[in-house]
Ligand binder design. Structure first.
Ligand code: ZN
Length: 176
């Protein structure tokens, strides 16, 4: 399964010093707008992080790949995904009036760490979902040729709506 947690005790002590870390862990399938994206690889996260007194600042990149169907030809292919990020993580200990005075509303809704550990799972999952392309192609110059394939009645699943319609039409013709 890998591990999405980083230990931040040293970074908190070494105030302002950047620490480099590489993580690898698995994420669940993503269901979005009728699409189900099943990961084809674990997520890799490379990041540098440091503590500034209020928050853990982290910047780095996320890479993963998904099983996806081409928007043009509908063939399955493995879609690589990559994005950069920059994020501040605040302590879960802050509540209400205890927020530092310079907290913005955005900060209050930010991802959090608790104690000396920061679990990047929710942040990484959300960042991937928010940065997914609306559709993807198996190759830049996919012509979608396979999509034009004629579907004859014999290729239809007998339980499909199309097969039932054809069956009904056939019966109608026989009755005439
Ligand atoms: Zn294609």
């Amino acid at each position: 399964m890998g591990n999405s947690v980083i230990k931040i005790a040293e970074a908190k002590k070494a105030f302002g010093t950047w620490v480099h870390k590489a993580l690898e862990f698995e994420i669940t399938s993503i269901e979005i707008c009728g699409r189900t994206l099943v990961p084809a690889s674990p997520v890799k996260v490379e990041l540098d992080y440091s503590f500034d007194g209020d928050a853990i600042n982290a910047k780095g990149c996320i890479s993963v790949s998904f099983h996806e169907n081409c928007a043009r030809c509908n063939n399955e292919f493995v879609m690589p995904f990559y994005c950069d990020f920059e994020e501040r993580f605040f302590s879960s200990d802050y509540k209400g009036d205890e927020y530092p005075h310079n907290f913005t509303n955005e900060d209050k809704e930010s991802f959090i760490y608790s104690g000396d550990t920061l679990d990047l799972y929710d942040f990484v999952y959300t960042t991937v979902v928010l940065n997914l392309p609306l559709y993807s192609l198996c190759s830049e110059n996919c012509t979608g040729a396979n999509n034009a394939k004629h579907i004859g009645s014999d290729e239809l699943n007998p339980d499909s709506l199309g097969a039932k319609l054809l069956e009904a039409l056939r019966k109608q013709k026989e009755e005439v």
